[in-house]
Design a protein around this ligand. Structure first.
Ligand code: ARG
Length: 468
């Protein structure tokens, strides 16, 4: 008499897996979130089997109704997950077997290897769409901030030293560029996910008359013209984990961006800078020091960025040494991408909330931006305009800066005769260079912070975002 073995693959076994093995190898604790995709995949597979006469219409309908009922139970939290059935695929198939006799035919021409690949392709398409949505919200917030802050200037920094002035709008729009590139990366991942692995089966396809195109169409794995898109090699279809790497990397790069924004906001909200006031809703106090208002949300964004890099790293290390094709190591590929998705979404939402609620200390920005040294480079350009070779002009203005520092005067208040000592081509109009509005108006080429350019960029982004 054969002892009770694992129900789905237990045929060749006489013993049950050890309890420890069951606990060790289960993935149901985390891959249950694939249930909606697994049900969709199975319904499409059943439709295809019926289409090629491997299921009757009745059997197909019973299977599809049964799967819908199971998904409802799952959504209501009434489904009983069984650890000994390993994963989401077998839990659902077993539950279906209890409702529908034809469930025994559902796995015809399919393996969990192409099944999990299909689930994950569907998951990535949905995950990328979700992130794109949140990114669009953030982009809209940034563009509106830019519009509100067109006339506020701040010093731009290199090496964290004051460099040249820019409008605050230009600064927000820099972040827009970063996050729009992220959005493009997620769109690319979604495009790469848009190929149906079903039919690859375990690794070598199937002798059965499967209609791969039919299944692909059912699941929306189609190009713009509605033509089905299929994975082109059955070995690659079950071995490939590029989407995991691409998605986690896209999240890590996005994390790098929001971490840098967070660092700017932390710095700018210090008493030392005082350009911004972060919203109370996203700051915290100290249990000891009553005056403190800490930028914990921004610090967490920096911290989470590290976690996102860790997820990508885990996946690279997981995959790099694996022989063709499927290996059970791959079960560890899901947690990092689930975590990457969840953390990326919440981080982007928090950042959006913080930026929406941030107020600008206009006076502090104005004081900082009116430091005349910020326009020393414009004075160099002024001399270049008077045919002084750039290197010579640069040197002369350097001397001027030193003179001003020695005289204890702001650069633009140096008396004219003293200024002329730095270079004979310095005319009586040299101090006009230090008008910040003029300085900005002189920067109207594409990508520069001139006011017309800023308006153009804001309009361009608004139009682009409205299309979505
Ligand atoms: N839970 C498994 C995973 O995610 C599904 C695929 C199992 N395939 C197998 N040949 N054991 O990797």
């Amino acid at each position: 008499m054969v002892k009770k073995t694992q129900a789905t693959w237990g045929g060749r076994f006489t013993e049950k897996p050890a309890d420890l093995m069951i606990r060790f190898s289960e993935s149901i604790s985390f891959d249950r979130r694939l249930a909606p995709f697994d049900v969709r995949g199975s319904k499409a597979h059943a439709a295809m089997l019926c289409h090629v006469d491997l299921l009757t219409t009745r059997e197909r309908n019973a299977i599809q109704r049964g799967l819908d009922a199971i998904l409802k139970e799952i959504e209501k939290g009434e489904f009983k997950w069984d650890e000994s059935l390993e994963d989401v695929h077998m839990n659902i198939e077993q539950a279906l077997g209890k409702k529908v006799p034809a469930a025994a035919k559902l796995h015809t021409g399919r393996s969990r290897n192409d099944q999990v690949a299909t689930d994950m392709h569907l998951f990535f398409k949905s995950a990328c769409a979700d992130i794109e949505n949140v990114l669009n919200g953030l982009l809209t917030t940034l563009v509106e901030k830019a519009d509100a802050h067109r006339d506020i200037f701040v010093p731009g920094y290199t090496h964290l030293q004051r460099a040249q002035p820019v409008s605050l709008a230009h600064h927000w729009l820099a972040y827009v560029e970063m996050f729009a590139r992220d959005r493009g990366r997620f769109q690319t991942v979604a495009d790469h996910a848009n190929f149906c692995p079903l039919g690859a089966a375990a690794l070598a396809g199937s002798t059965l008359p499967l209609d791969r195109e039919f299944a692909a169409r059912e699941l929306g794995f189609v190009d713009r013209k509605g033509r089905p898109q299929l994975t082109r090699n059955s070995l690659d279809a079950v071995a490939d984990r590029d989407l995991f790497l691409e998605f986690a990397t896209a999240c890590a790069i996005c994390g790098t961006h929001f971490s840098r924004v967070a660092e700017d906001l932390i710095l700018w909200s210090t008493v030392e800078f005082d350009f911004l006031e972060l919203p109370e809703a996203f700051t915290t106090g100290s249990s000891l020091m009553p005056q403190k208002k800490n930028s914990d949300s921004m610090e967490l964004l920096r911290g989470k960025a590290a976690r996102l890099q860790g997820n990508a790293q885990t996946l690279f290390t997981l995959i790099k040494g694996l022989p063709m094709t499927y290996n059970r190591d791959m079960q560890e590929d899901k947690r990092p991408v689930f975590d990457a998705l969840d953390q990326t979404i919440i981080c982007l939402q928090v950042l959006t909330g913080v930026i929406e609620g941030t107020t600008v200390n206009v006076a502090a920005c104005k004081t900082a931006a009116s430091d005349p040294q910020l326009l020393a480079t414009d004075l160099v350009d002024y001399l270049v305009g008077r045919k002084v070779p750039f290197r010579e002009a640069h040197h002369a203005v350097g001397k001027l800066v030193a003179l001003a520092e020695k005289a204890g005067l702001p650069l633009d208040e140096l008396p004219h005769d003293l200024a002329r000592k730095a270079h004979p081509k310095i005319g009586t109009d040299w101090q006009k260079v230090f008008d910040i509005e003029t300085a900005m108006k002189n920067r109207e080429k594409t990508g520069m912070p001139g006011p017309k350019q800023i308006r153009k960029e804001i309009n361009r982004w608004r139009k682009q975002l409205a299309k979505k």
